[in-house]
Design a protein around this ligand. Structure first.
Ligand SMILES: Cc1cc2nc3c(=O)[nH]c(=O)nc-3n(C[C@H](O)[C@H](O)[C@H](O)COP(=O)(O)OP(=O)(O)OC[C@H]3O[C@@H](n4cnc5c(N)ncnc54)[C@H](O)[C@@H]3O)c2cc1C
Length: 429
């Protein structure tokens, strides 16, 4: 496998590259994994870091970064090699995404939405049950999506949230797909739809209406709706606290015809995935591992008087600073350890212990990143939180992690507590 360098990444030769978050030897990564992850780190540090402040200030989508992701091959990171991608597995993708998140949270989070369309329809779907004819049809359809991404740099998004209980997995999606000749007519609304107005395809979860049946999660469809289709519109503004470059505006679907080939998964397979492959919902966390590392890196550099654009004043000699850095390092290692273990054991039908660990890893990454950013600001002091420096953006971006459905920090606590105390089918009635 050849990892191509982006043409715009010549700056990587001139800067001192950061050490990887997960050292390939210490974490037993293959050379191939290390090369893919290193290419993400180099692109992030040498190119994305310099653009991040502008995307954040203007709440502007990182279009230029997506061109670089395409040029470097990372847009197709999880696409099988035989279709022109890097063929990365779940763990490799997660580690690469953490490196991107270290330098630009909004790029990493939106890249996650894009990559999931290939990861879920790819290696994850390969683990699930389908009869031979359905699998052959799925193989044919996903090749169409792969070609668009590898060939033309098409960008996919993942608008699931509707503002009700559906995105948390509680009820069927309110966005409806009514079967018609050759496809479906889709109607509905998605809120917080990252990449709205910038993706070429919206990977929408919706409920297929079956005559005479109540709307059911079992009938969830996962459809890649072309952004330019009649009846698709983007409404509302986007001026949030953090993750501003995600441009997560509202999407409306009004009598949108969607052809059968738009299905990213065959009928019933998304529901099967949600039941049997729970780590599919852990993919929002790598961004925040990157932000946790970034908060720590900034603190060490700042206290050593080495942050570009600041006077070379050292503050590292104060015992109070040293204690906070020690606390941050311990916290970071704890987060990294549980998270690495959880992304390494992602598979179909995980054990109860593995599922509980995945919730705990998600919670640790999402809450931990913001705890580290909070400690960083407190110990570095007032000058460190000026908008000319990345720390205050890291702080705001990291605040958003625990709000991401379906595994918000609250829902992780809720599930861990319940599932640790009750076996399947048990109740106190
Ligand atoms: C920067 C950013 C980007 C996003 N991008 C996307 C995207 O691309 N696609 C997408 O689909 N969504 C996206 N989201 C949306 C996100 O996943 C949530 O849907 C969104 O934050 C709205 O959730 P809410 O807090 O209003 O949800 P509510 O449903 O009002 O939930 C509020 C809180 O209540 C708790 N809660 C919810 N349901 C339950 C329950 N059944 N039991 C117990 N507690 C519960 C949760 O902790 C939740 O945080 C994004 C959000 C942010 C902040």
């Amino acid at each position: 496998m050849t990892v191509q360098a982006s043409k715009s990444v010549t700056a990587a030769d001139k800067i001192d590259l950061d050490a990887p978050i997960f050292d390939p030897a210490a974490f037993r990564l293959s050379d191939e994994q290390a090369a893919i992850i290193a290419s993400a780190r180099e692109l992030g540090q040498s190119v994305f870091a310099g653009r991040a402040a502008t995307y954040d200030r203007d709440a502007k989508f990182p279009t230029e970064n997506y061109r670089d992701l395409h040029r470097s091959g990372l847009l197709g990171i999880a696409i099988p090699k035989k279709h022109g991608g890097f063929g990365a597995d779940y763990q490799t993708y997660a580690l690469a995404a953490a490196e991107i998140g270290r330098y630009c949270g909004a790029t990493a989070l939106t890249w996650n939405m894009h990559v999931c369309s290939t990861l879920w329809s790819g290696p994850l779907a390969d683990d699930l049950e389908m009869d031979a004819a359905t699998r052959a049809e799925h193989e044919r359809r996903r090749a169409v999506h792969y070609r668009r991404i590898v060939g033309s740099g098409a960008i996919y998004s993942q608008p699931f949230s509707e503002g009700g209980a559906a995105a948390a997995g509680g009820v069927a999606f309110g966005t409806e797909a009514r079967p018609v000749d050759g496809g479906w007519i889709v109607n509905g609304k998605k809120i917080f739809a990252s990449l709205a107005g910038h993706a070429d395809y919206y990977g929408v979860l919706c409920t297929e209406i079956v005559e005479g049946e109540k709307a059911s999660r079992r009938n969830t469809l996962y459809l890649a709706i072309p952004a330019k289709t009649d009846g698709v519109s983007v409404v509302g503004d986007w001026d949030p606290l953090g993750m501003r470059g995600t441009v997560s505006r509202t999407l409306l679907f009004k009598d949108v015809f969607v052809p059968e080939d738009a299905a990213l998964m065959p009928r019933g397979v998304y529901f099967q995935a949600a039941m049997r492959w729970p780590h599919m919902f852990l993919t929002l966390s790598p961004t925040y591992i990157g932000l946790a590392q970034a908060a720590y890196d900034f603190t060490v550099r700042y206290l050593r008087g080495e942050v570009p654009g600041t006077p070379p004043v050292k503050r590292r000699m104060y015992p109070t600073k040293q204690i906070v850095v020690a606390q941050m390092q311990i916290k970071l290692e704890q987060i990294k350890a549980i998270w690495f273990q959880a992304v390494t054991e992602a598979c179909a039908n995980p054990s109860k212990e593995q599922v509980l660990r995945a919730y705990a890893a998600q919670y640790s990454a999402m809450e931990g990143a913001n705890e580290l950013a909070t400690l960083a600001i407190r110990t570095c002091g007032g000058q460190s939180m000026l908008k000319s420096l990345p720390l205050e953006r890291i702080y705001r971006d990291s605040r958003c992690g625990s709000l991401m459905l379906p595994w918000t920090a609250e829902l992780c606590l809720d599930r861990i507590g319940r599932e640790a105390l009750y076996e399947t089918g048990e109740s106190d009635d």
